[in-house]
Every structure is written in C-alpha cells, then in structure tokens.
Design a protein around this ligand. Structure first.
Ligand SMILES: N[C@@H](CCC(=O)N[C@@H](CS)C(=O)NCC(=O)O)C(=O)O
Length: 144
C-alpha cells in the first residue's frame, strides 16, 4: 500500500521510542517531526492530538493515531507482510502486553522524576527506577 508516514515525537520520549522501534523493525520510511515539549506545543500537535495533546502521534496518509501502544499495534497490522511484532501464542502476547502496561504504570513516573527532581526526591526516584529495571529484566527472562 502507498504510504505517507510521519511521526510527531520528542527525542527523550520512551513512548516515542516505542513507535520508532516498531517503524524500524518493519523497515518503514517516515518523516520524523520533532516536537520540542520544552518550548510548548505546536498548533500541529494540538491539531493531530486534540484529546490528550501528547506526543508521539503517528500520521498515516493524513490520519493521526495517538497512544504509543495503539500505534505499535496499528503498525503491526498495516505492515503485516513483515515479521509480526507480537508473539503468536496468546499467553505470550498477554505477557508482552503485561510488561508494556507495567512500563506505563510504573517506570515512566520514576524515570521522569529522575530527570526533573533533585536531592532526596531524585535519589528515591533513582532507586525506584533501578528496581523497576531489575524487575523488568527478571520478567523478560524468566520462564512463563
Ligand atoms: N500514554 C501515552 C503517553 C504519552 C506521553 O506521556 N507523552 C509525553 C512525552 S514523553 C507528553 O507528550 N507530555 C506532554 C504533556 O503531558 O502535556 C502514550 O503511550 O503515547
């Protein structure tokens, strides 16, 4: 299918990274548009994601898709001639979704605090973040 793909993103975003990895895995050419959140939100961002007003946003043939996990699933479904991103087995798919959800619910907040806080609060956030990474590594490598 003929495709015009744009990713509106901000380089430090772990959510944007999800979309970038999925696009790279599928070998999709796309235009990368940087949205520097430190400088506020562009009219374009507000237009393509009027509900959450967040990046990343994937724009495929003029149609915007928000929410990184939804866009990863979309990429997998549209470019389905390449190897699937998700495991075939339903249980392994559930496990993959579980850890993606864990990153959203647990890791993002402590990762952000490491960047934006100082002193004791930052030290606590660092510890929390490292604990999350250890658990993630354990979860990823243990037998399910
Ligand atoms: N659940 C969203 C989270 C996206 C998100 O939080 N993006 C941050 C940057 S990492 C953002 O746009 N923040 C701006 C804001 O919250 O106003 C996703 O998975 O795409």
């Amino acid at each position: 299918m003929g495709s015009e793909v744009t990713l509106l993103d901000y380089w430090p975003s772990p959510f944007g990274m999800r979309a970038r990895v999925a696009l790279a895995e599928k070998g999709i050419d796309y235009e990368y548009k940087e949205e520097n959140l430190m400088e506020g939100k562009s009219d374009f961002q507000l237009k393509v994601n009027p509900i959450h007003k967040k990046i990343p946003v994937l724009i495929h043939n003029g149609k915007p898709i928000g929410e990184s996990l939804i866009m990863v699933q979309y990429i997998d479904e549209v470019w389905n001639h390449k190897s699937p991103l998700m495991p075939k087995d339903p249980y392994q798919r559930a496990v993959a979704r579980f850890w993606a959800d864990y990153i959203d619910k647990k890791m993002y907040d402590s990762g952000k605090k490491v960047c934006v806080t100082k002193g004791e609060e930052q030290e606590t956030a660092k510890k929390e973040f490292l604990d999350c990474l250890k658990l993630l590594e354990f979860g990823r490598t243990r037998d399910h």
